[in-house]
Design a protein around this ligand. Structure first.
Ligand SMILES: Nc1ncnc2c1ncn2[C@@H]1O[C@H](COP(=O)(O)OP(=O)(O)OP(=O)(O)O)[C@@H](O)[C@H]1O
Ligand SMILES: [Mg+2]
Length: 323
C-alpha cells in the first residue's frame, strides 16, 4: 500500500500488500506489473447495464446504455479513485459493486461472489459497503452510537458485541468523542464519518463511496478524505472513491477514468495526470499543479513529466531556476 500516513491500527486490520501499478488505455491493454499475490476484491467482466424506460403500457420507450463493456479489477487494500464527467456511468458502475443494480450483460464479482445471485445479496452488501453523496439521507439513528450500531444489528450481530463494534468504528474515523451526540447536531463532514463508521461496523472488506464529499465544505471534505486515507492505510480496507474533485485523486493508488460508460484510462495518478489533453477531452479538469506544469512545459520551460502536487512543482521550478 501507499506509505503509512501515520494512523493507529484498529483490531480488524487485514493483511498487507503493495499497490499495483499499471495503466490501461481505452481498449484495455495493460502495461506494467500487477502484484499477483494481491487478491481481487472486485472484478467486473464485460459489464454492461441498460436503463430501460417504459410507458404506461409497459412498452419500451428508451434504452440508455449507462455502462458498456467494463472490465475492472480492484485488489484488496487498493485505494481507487473513479473520475468521469457527468453521466459517464460512475454511479451506475458503483451500484453494481454493492448489488444495488444487477448487470444487463457480463458479471460482477465481489470477493468471489457473483452479485447476480440473489442468495448472496446481503453478503455482497456487507463485504462492499456503500456511502452516498447526501449525509442526511444515510443517517437514521437519533444518536451517533445508535446509528452506527444499526447496520451490524440488522446483520444479526449479537447485542453484547455491538458496543465494541461501534467503538472501534468510531475510533477508526476519529469521532469516538461524538458517540453520544445527537446526529442532528453534526456537521456535514462529521455526518459522513458517522455514515462511514456505520459501514465499518459491519466489518466490510471494501467501501464504495459515490461522491461522499460533494456536499461538504472544504473542511468537511478534508476530514472525510483523511478518514478514508487512514482506513485504507491502517486497516487496509479497500476504498473505491468516486469524485469530481481532482485533488482527492492525487493520493490514490490508482485512478480509473470513465467516459460514455466505458473505462477510458486506468493507472497511477502520475500516469493518468500525464494525459492532460485526453482528460480535458473527457470533460475533466486536472489538479492545478498538473495544469500549471503542463502550461509551463508548453511554454518551453523545462518542467519534468510526472508532477501532480504543488510541492513537486515548486521543487521543479526551483531546480529550473537554479539551472
Ligand atoms: N435511473 C435512470 N434512468 C435512466 N437513465 C439513467 C438513470 N440513472 C442514470 N441514467 C443515465 O445513465 C448514464 C450514466 O449515469 P450515471 O448516473 O451512472 O453517471 P455518473 O457518472 O454517476 O454521473 P454524475 O457525475 O452526474 O453523478 C447517464 O446517461 C444517465 O442519464
Ligand atoms: Mg453519479
Amino acid at each position: 500500500m501507499a506509505a503509512n500516513r501515520g494512523f493507529t491500527p484498529v483490531p480488524w486490520a487485514a493483511a498487507g500488500g503493495d499497490p499495483p501499478c499499471h495503466i490501461v488505455a481505452a481498449g484495455g491493454a495493460a502495461y506494467g506489473n500487477l502484484k499477483a499475490r494481491m487478491e481481487d476484491i472486485i472484478k467486473t467482466e464485460e459489464l454492461g447495464f441498460d436503463y430501460i424506460r417504459r410507458n404506461e403500457n409497459g412498452e419500451v420507450e428508451c434504452i440508455v446504455r449507462a455502462v458498456d463493456d467494463v472490465n475492472i479489477s480492484v485488489k484488496k487494500g487498493e485505494f481507487v479513485v473513479i473520475l468521469g464527467a457527468n453521466g459517464s456511468g460512475k454511479s451506475t458502475l458503483a451500484k453494481h459493486l454493492n448489488a444495488l443494480l444487477k448487470p444487463t450483460d457480463g458479471t460482477v464479482w465481489v470477493d468471489g461472489m457473483d452479485t447476480a445471485e440473489d442468495g448472496l445479496l446481503w453478503e455482497v452488501r456487507r463485504t462492499a459497503g456503500m456511502v452516498f453523496q447526501n449525509p442526511d439521507n444515510q443517517i437514521i439513528g437519533q444518536v451517533v452510537d445508535e446509528d452506527v450500531a444499526f447496520g451490524p444489528e440488522n446483520l444479526g450481530v449479537p447485542g453484547p458485541e455491538l458496543p465494541g463494534r461501534v467503538e472501534e468504528s468510531l475510533k477508526a474515523v476519529d469521532i469516538y468523542g461524538l458517540k453520544d451526540s445527537p446526529t442532528i447536531s453534526l456537521s456535514g463532514g462529521q455526518k459522513q464519518r458517522v455514515s462511514i463508521a456505520g459501514i465499518l461496523a459491519m466489518h466490510p472488506t471494501c467501501i464504495v463511496l459515490d461522491e461522499p464529499t460533494a456536499m461538504l465544505d472544504p473542511a468537511g471534505r478534508k476530514e472525510v478524505m483523511r478518514a478514508l486515507l487512514a482506513l485504507n492505510d491502517v486497516e487496509e480496507i479497500t476504498v473505491i472513491h468516486i469524485t469530481h474533485n481532482m485533488d482527492e485523486a492525487v493520493n490514490a493508488d490508482r485512478i480509473i477514468v470513465m467516459d460514455h460508460g466505458k473505462v477510458a484510462l486506468s493507472g497511477t495518478p502520475t500516469q493518468v495526470f500525464s494525459r492532460v489533453e485526453e482528460l480535458l477531452a473527457y470533460g475533466l479538469t486536472v489538479p492545478d499543479a498538473v495544469m500549471l506544469a503542463y502550461e509551463l512545459r508548453k511554454a518551453g520551460i523545462g518542467i519534468p513529466e510526472g508532477i501532480v502536487t504543488g510541492p513537486q512543482l515548486t521543487e521543479a521550478l526551483i531546480n529550473e531556476y537554479n539551472h
